[in-house]
Design a protein around this ligand. Structure first.
Ligand SMILES: [Zn+2]
Length: 245
């Protein structure tokens, strides 16, 4: 089957499925809301197209050469511009609930092995719903949600703020194991950070706090890390033992 015909068939099936799912079950108010959101998307895109050629250079469309691979939580409050003010073309982003490396190895390895980023970030955030869920009884969740929550590491005897760091450290340790040779050679550095939207860690709302570099978590040792030498405004946890947070 020719590609155009196959595309038409797939599109038709998708539209039929969409109609069956939405038209059969949505209330008029829900349909109005959905249509409004689709219209909003179309309008945003039309507006975007007008500035597209200014925003994205032709050269940057030929190949992507990001400088950083970043694993972030899917939480809609987490803004990639908090870590990079020009993320298009520079940030290779993997997002999921609870910033898991564990279930995203393929994407993470693509960033490191094929796009050759020298920095891999694992970014957790304050008030993370996935961490809260992992600390509670989630047995009623779907099989696939349970599988992702299972891949988070939490300790129910410590606080939410501590568990957010605890999970970041776990995901960083998985990445360090996976990229052991590149980490040991210095080709890749893996950095764990908390993005504190709520000032829960008392260094200001929106603050990025470095909690881990290549499995090192002691702030006193991190402060002397060769990766941070000479840098300004570096924020590290105040507590040597994050579990006391
Ligand atoms: Zn989250």
């Amino acid at each position: 089957m020719k590609l155009a015909k196959l595309t038409t068939v797939l599109l038709t099936i998708t539209l039929c499925l969409f109609c069956n799912i939405v038209c059969a079950t949505a209330t008029p108010a829900e349909l109005t809301e959905i249509r409004g959101l689709i219209q909003q998307m179309i309008d945003v895109n039309n507006s975007y197209i007008r500035k597209f050629t200014k925003k994205v250079s032709t050269d940057s469309l030929k190949n992507q050469t990001p400088n950083t691979t970043a694993v972030l939580c899917s939480d809609s409050r987490v803004d990639t511009e908090a870590i990079n003010d020009d993320p298009v073309g520079n940030l290779f982003v993997i997002r999921n609930i609870g910033n898991q490396v564990d279930t995203a190895y393929g994407s993470v390895e693509y960033g490191v092995y094929h796009l050759h980023t020298n920095i891999l970030l694992v970014v957790g955030h304050s008030q993370c719903g996935a961490i809260k869920a992992a600390m509670s009884d989630y047995s009623a969740e779907s099989k696939r949600i349970r599988a992702e929550l299972d891949s988070l590491e939490v300790d129910k005897s410590i606080s939410l703020n501590a568990n957010i760091v605890h999970n970041i450290n776990h995901q960083v340790s998985l990445a360090v194991d996976d990229f052991e040779d590149k980490v040991n050679s210095g080709e890749v550095v893996i950095i764990g950070l908390v993005y504190d939207l709520h000032n829960d860690y008392k260094m200001g709302s929106g603050q990025l706090i470095i909690v881990n570099i290549n499995n090192e978590t002691d702030p006193k040792i991190l402060a002397t890390s060769k990766y941070l030498t000479g840098l300004n405004n570096v924020k590290l946890l105040q507590q040597s033992d994050y579990k006391s947070l």
